[in-house]
Design a protein around this ligand. Sequence first.
Ligand code: HEC
Length: 171
Amino acid sequence: MKLSISRTYLCLSIILTAACNKDPNDTKLQYLPDMADSPAVKAQLEYLDPPEGSVPSSAILYPATADASEKALQNPFLQYPEGQAEKGKKFYNIYCVPCHGETGKGDGLVSAKFPAPPDITTEAYAKRGDGFFFHTITFGVRNMPSYGHSIAAHERWLIVMYLRELQKAGK
Ligand code: HEC
């Protein structure tokens, strides 16, 4: 009995000595590396902030200005325009009518209380390319709020299709 106790102590001390690493700079002996040694994120650090200049892999990059967008962006629905303006009408009526009014002349209900929007059916606006309107809806302009976060890209293009109808009617 006495012998077996001292044997247990001996075993224990061997295990403990083996487990203790004398030099902290020595590479640890690892059995199945686990999460303890992963590059863990420290709590309270703003680790979600991306490094400066980085772009999410899912990002859609648009030209920086409405003028640049007008030159660079193509309305995908121009290739098959049939019935698209009708679909755009639905979105125009939801998102634009409150300020721009049903006809696009800028007489929406909100315009009495908010900086009045311009008539976007004039000749000058009719001459602008689709990308100009797409950019304006996406990022807003001066007093107009941006809608890029709430209106999907294809819906924004559909709105532009309908805007063309309003411009034809507004002549
Ligand atoms: C909350 C009110 C409001 C809503 C909603 C709104 N706009 Fe505007 N919009 C404005 C105002 C105000 C201006 C004038 C901005 C300025 O010059 O300060 C404007 C300007 C514009 C212009 C002219 C931009 C320029 O550079 O001349 C276009 C085009 C336009 N809006 C399209 C739209 C479309 C399309 C929608 C719907 C997706 C929409 N807007 C929704 C208020 C609104």
